[in-house]
Design a protein around this ligand. Structure first.
Ligand SMILES: *Cc1c(COP(=O)(O)O)cnc(C)c1O
Length: 407
C-alpha cells in the first residue's frame, strides 16, 4: 500500500495568504520587482539570491509570486520537489521536451497521445534534429526495443487519448531507469487519482485546462519535477521555459488555485458517475470502453495504480463504427436529450461530446489512426457533474436506442 495522499499533501502545503491577511492569496500583477539593494542585482541574476534565500523576485516571466503559489500547490499534489505553470498544456509539453531533447536526440513516445502532442513530436521536433519512435504504450517489450543509444526520454499519457488505454507507470519507470532515460508522463486525464511521480515518473505534465481547472474558462499547463529540472527550465541563459516564454498570467494562476481545493471532490464525482453510466451502457450491449469496467484490458492495472477513494476516471468512449452514426448519436444527445454539449476538451462540469478521429485526433493520419486502432466512429464522452444521475442514465439509454445502437 502506497502512503502518499495527494489531498493531504495539498492541505499541508503552506499557503501564501493575502497581504492584508486574507484567507486567499493576493494576485501579484507586477511584471517586474524592485531591488532594494542595487548591489544584489548580479546575485539575483545569477540565481543565487532567490526570494527564499534573502533575495527577491526578478521578473514575472521568470517567477511570479501568485503563479508560484499555484506551482507549489500542484507540486504538493503530485509529490514533486518543484513545478512551474505555463500558459497552456502544450506550452508545458513543448518546453519540457525541448529541455531534455537536443539535436541528435531520440524519443520513444506512446502512439495513443493527444493530437497536438503527436503533431509536435512528428512534425516539429524533426526540424530541430530530434527523432522519435511511436509505440503502443501497453507493449512494454516494444517500448524497450525502441530505445536507442541516443534515446533521452519515454513519453506516455497515464490514460491514453482517446483509447483510454492505461500505461503501466511503475514498469515503464523501471525500463527508463535501466536505460538511463527520463520518463515523462502526461497526467491530464487522471489528476489526484494517479500520483504519477510516486509511481516512478521523472517529469509530470498537466494541461490545467481540463479537469484541474474544471470550468472550461481558461487555459493553463504545468511541469512538475525535481528542483534541478525546474531550475534548468527557468535558467536565465539556457532555460527553455524562460526563453520560449509560455508564462502563465497571475490572474489565471489565482483562478486555478481557488478551484484546486475542490479537485478531489470533483474527481471522485466524475469517477462515480462515469462508472455507473458505463455499466448501464455496457448492460445494453453497446461497445463502451471505460477503465472501470472489468471488460477493459487494463482494468486491474489501473486499479493497482489509483489512489484510495478514487475510481477509474471521468471519460468513456462509445464506438459507433462510422462517423455518420457518431454524429447522429451526438446530435440526439445534445439537441434532443440535453445530455451534454458537442465540444472538444474534457474535464468540464457539464458533459462534453466529441468524435475523436475527426477532432482532437485529426492531426493523426487516417492510416495511423487505423494502426493505433482508433475507430472513425469513436465518440469520447467526458461525463459532467450536473443534473440528476438517474435522469442522465435515462437520457443516454434513450439516445442509444433511438440511433439503433441498442434495443
Ligand atoms: C488538452 C490536452 C493537452 C494540451 O493542453 P492545452 O491546455 O490545450 O494546451 C495535452 N495533453 C492532453 C492529454 C490533453 O487532453
Amino acid at each position: 500500500m502506497r502512503q502518499f495522499d495527494p489531498e493531504q499533501a495539498m492541505v499541508e502545503t503552506r499557503r501564501s495568504f493575502g497581504e492584508h491577511g486574507g484567507v486567499v492569496p493576493s494576485i501579484e500583477r507586477s511584471s517586474t520587482f524592485s531591488v532594494l539593494e542595487p548591489g544584489t542585482m548580479p546575485e539575483i541574476f545569477a540565481g543565487e539570491k532567490t526570494p527564499d534565500a534573502g533575495g527577491c523576485f526578478l521578473y514575472s516571466r521568470h517567477f511570479n509570486p501568485t503563479v508560484n503559489v499555484l506551482a507549489r500547490y500542484l507540486a504538493a499534489m503530485e509529490g514533486t520537489e518543484a513545478g512551474i505553470c505555463t500558459a497552456t498544456g502544450m506550452g508545458a509539453i513543448t518546453v519540457a521536451m525541448l529541455q531534455i531533447c537536443r539535436m541528435g536526440s531520440h524519443m520513444v513516445a506512446s502512439n495513443t497521445i493527444y493530437g497536438g502532442t503527436h503533431a509536435f513530436i512528428k512534425e516539429v521536433l524533426p526540424d530541430m534534429g530530434v527523432e522519435s519512435t511511436f509505440v503502443d504504450p501497453t507493449d512494454l517489450s516494444a517500448i524497450e526495443a525502441a530505445i536507442r543509444p541516443n534515446t533521452k526520454m519515454i513519453y506516455v499519457e497515464v490514460m491514453g487519448n482517446p483509447k483510454l488505454n492505461i500505461a503501466d507507470i511503475p514498469a515503464l519507470s523501471k525500463i527508463a531507469k535501466a536505460h538511463g532515460v527520463k520518463l515523462m508522463v502526461d497526467n491530464t486525464f487522471t489528476p489526484v487519482m494517479i500520483s504519477a511521480k510516486e509511481l516512478g515518473a521523472d517529469v509530470v505534465i498537466y494541461s490545467l485546462t481540463k479537469f484541474v481547472n474544471g470550468a472550461s474558462d481558461l487555459m493553463g499547463g504545468a511541469v512538475l519535477s525535481t528542483k534541478e529540472f525546474i531550475f534548468e527550465l527557468m535558467d536565465l541563459h539556457t532555460g527553455r521555459a524562460m526563453l520560449l516564454g509560455p508564462s502563465m498570467d497571475s490572474r489565471v494562476a489565482f483562478d486555478v488555485a481557488q478551484r484546486l481545493p475542490l479537485l478531489p471532490l470533483r474527481m471522485r464525482e466524475h469517477c462515480r458517475r462515469t462508472q455507473i453510466i458505463a455499466e448501464a451502457v455496457e448492460e445494453m450491449g453497446v461497445a463502451v470502453c471505460y477503465p472501470g469496467l472489468k471488460s477493459h484490458p487494463q482494468h486491474e492495472l489501473l486499479a493497482s495504480m489509483v489512489n484510495e477513494s478514487y475510481g477509474f476516471g471521468g471519460l468513456l468512449t462509445v464506438d459507433c463504427v462510422t462517423i455518420e452514426k457518431a454524429n447522429q448519436l451526438m446530435s440526439v444527445l445534445q439537441n434532443k436529450e440535453k445530455f451534454g454539449v458537442i465540444a472538444v476538451s474534457l474535464g468540464y462540469y457539464d458533459t462534453l461530446l466529441s468524435c475523436s478521429g475527426s477532432s482532437t485526433s485529426s492531426e493523426i493520419s487516417a492510416e495511423e489512426q487505423h494502426e493505433m486502432g482508433l475507430s472513425p466512429g469513436l465518440v469520447r464522452i467526458s461525463i459532467g457533474l450536473t443534473g440528476s444521475l438517474d435522469n442522465r442514465i435515462e437520457q443516454i439509454k434513450r439516445a442509444l436506442i433511438e440511433v439503433g445502437l441498442a434495443k
